[in-house]
Design a protein around this ligand. Structure first.
Ligand code: BGC
Length: 474
């Protein structure tokens, strides 16, 4: 029997917002490290005399670290707990960026970037998990979205500070340590902040620490009734097998949601976001827009339009945002593709008609808007919600690895793809992935707005169709 539900989506303490914000600083470090390359690679190449291939290798190693970090973070999350894994990631962020700031030999610098990637992999696994497990159901979507918001703030901050530092110092040996210094500063904030977080009540219950779980819930929920209800719900879901190993993927019900998570993370990358982020300044250049505006437009739009998602995700729900975002990206990519088809491989702004330039600019900005208010936050969010507690680490490990693997694959191959098949081709390809993503969302993705994680799990185990996992029993 299910427990009697008090106003279970009701009262919580305002400190929850603060707790979630502190945990989400893991996302900030994700953004700082991911965005670092865009404006710092030139400086690094000068200091270390890198050729293009070496510079590409240096940037790409972050994604490799991300895959490994995600791979092991399931183990960290299970045995160290969610909080200590965050602290550990914070420690790695601090050390690797601090060592980099001393401009060590290139091999050490590369190892540091791998470690930063490793920490980003851990953060991209732990932060959504922690937020989903700690935030009360009514604001779980909004709090999960904080992760993406902080990623975009990180990308924005590092773009602005790197451009600023670059303008202050003419010698790259002077500016590079300061660029790393910015990361050290925020890494320290994250590390210290995470020391004060409460542990996830769900992990505490999983680890058999009920009194501590009650204490953790007492920090976030407003009444004893709420706490009792949550504890009962968690206990109910734990009545099944407590800790699942990788074998859980062979269970039919788990495999189903795993496919949803894998596809969401895969499409989040296949719609081309990182290619657009990295190449946007170049595309703006074709449209005759250069300098600061070209460098900062995308990070700014990306950050600003993640804010409304915080509200919309719990109001309209996850699926509506996914549809809306995919349609906006689809139209933008088609428009950009058509422009490139009409101008061929012409890249001299003087030769490109004004109309084509306008469409290109609008397409890139609309595309970033579409991603920022939808697939950016929602892919991470839904992956943190759909897995049953006993297999949540396994599920999120796999889906996070998929995200990083596809991020790396796209970054490594898109330039060659464009050179081989022409500039327009990649936009059409991204548009096709948007269409497939829309069909996939319609057919398989559940709406998880406003329902507790435990209810989702009960529905899943009761054999409900994927699309209906988020529907509450009447
Ligand atoms: C994606 C990253 C991307 C970022 C852009 C994240 O959700 O996973 O690959 O760089 O959004 O804001």
């Amino acid at each position: 029997m299910k427990n009697a539900m008090p106003n279970k989506l009701g009262k919580f303490k305002p400190v929850v917002y603060f707790i979630c914000l502190v945990a989400a600083t893991g996302g900030l470090l994700f953004g700082l490290d991911q965005g670092f390359i865009a404006n710092a690679l030139d400086t690094i190449s000068k200091v270390y005399h890198m050729d293009t291939a070496a510079a590409e290798r240096y940037s790409a190693i972050l994604a490799t670290g991300g895959v490994f970090g995600a791979l092991l973070s399931g183990i960290f999350a299970r045995y160290l707990g969610r909080k200590r894994s965050l602290v550990f990631a914070g420690f790695l962020f601090c050390t690797a960026s601090l060592v980099s700031a001393f401009l060590p030999p290139i091999d050490t610098l590369t190892v540091c970037r791998f470690i930063l990637g490793f920490a980003v992999g851990i953060a991209s696994f732990i932060v959504p998990l922690y937020l989903a497990e700690t935030a009360p159901a009514r604001i779980r979507g909004a709090m999960g979205t904080l992760f993406q918001l902080l990623i975009t703030i990180g990308i924005f901050l590092i773009s602005v500070t790197d451009v600023f530092i670059d303008s202050l110092y003419s010698a790259p040996e002077m500016s590079l340590p300061r660029m790393f210094g910015v990361i050290v500063f925020f890494a320290l904030l994250m590390f210290i902040g995470s020391l004060f977080l409460p542990e996830s009540p769900r992990w505490l219950m999983l680890a058999g620490k009920k009194p501590q779980a009650i204490a953790a819930l007492n920090r976030t929920l407003a009444t004893k009734e709420e706490v009792d209800f949550e504890i009962n719900e968690i206990e109910e879901t734990l009545r099944g097998p407590k800790s699942a190993g990788i074998g859980i993927v062979f269970k039919g019900y788990f495999f189903k949601v795993l496919l949803v998570g894998v596809a969401l993370q895969m499409f989040q990358q296949l719609v081309g976001i990182n290619v657009m982020i990295y190449y946007a300044p170049k595309i703006f250049g074709y449209a005759g827009m250069t300098g600061l505006v070209a460098m900062l437009t995308v990070p700014t739009v990306n950050m600003l339009f993640t804010f409304p998602a915080i509200k919309w995700v719990d109001k309209w729900g996850r699926k509506k945002l996914l549809y809306a975002g995919a349609v906006i990206m689809l139209v933008s990519m088609l428009a950009a593709g058509l422009v490139f088809s009409s101008i061929g491989n012409q890249v001299d702004p003087a030769q490109i008609p004004g109309m084509a330039k306008g469409v290109l600019l609008a397409a890139v900005i609309c595309y970033i808007f579409g991603f920022a208010m939808s697939w950016g936050p929602v892919a991470w969010l839904v992956c943190s919600e759909i897995f049953p507690l006993a297999g949540r680490e396994v599920g999120m490990t796999i889906t996070t690895m998929v995200n990083w693997t596809f991020a790396g694959l796209l970054m490594a191959n898109s330039l060659t793809f464009m050179q081989t098949y022409g500039n327009a081709s990649i936009f059409y390809l991204f548009a096709i992935f948007c269409v497939i993503a829309i069909v996939f969302v319609a057919a398989f993705v559940p709406e998880t707005k406003g329902i507790t994680l435990e209810e989702i799990e009960i529905n899943l185990k009761a054999g409900k169709a994927l699309r209906k996992l988020g529907e509450m029993e009447k």
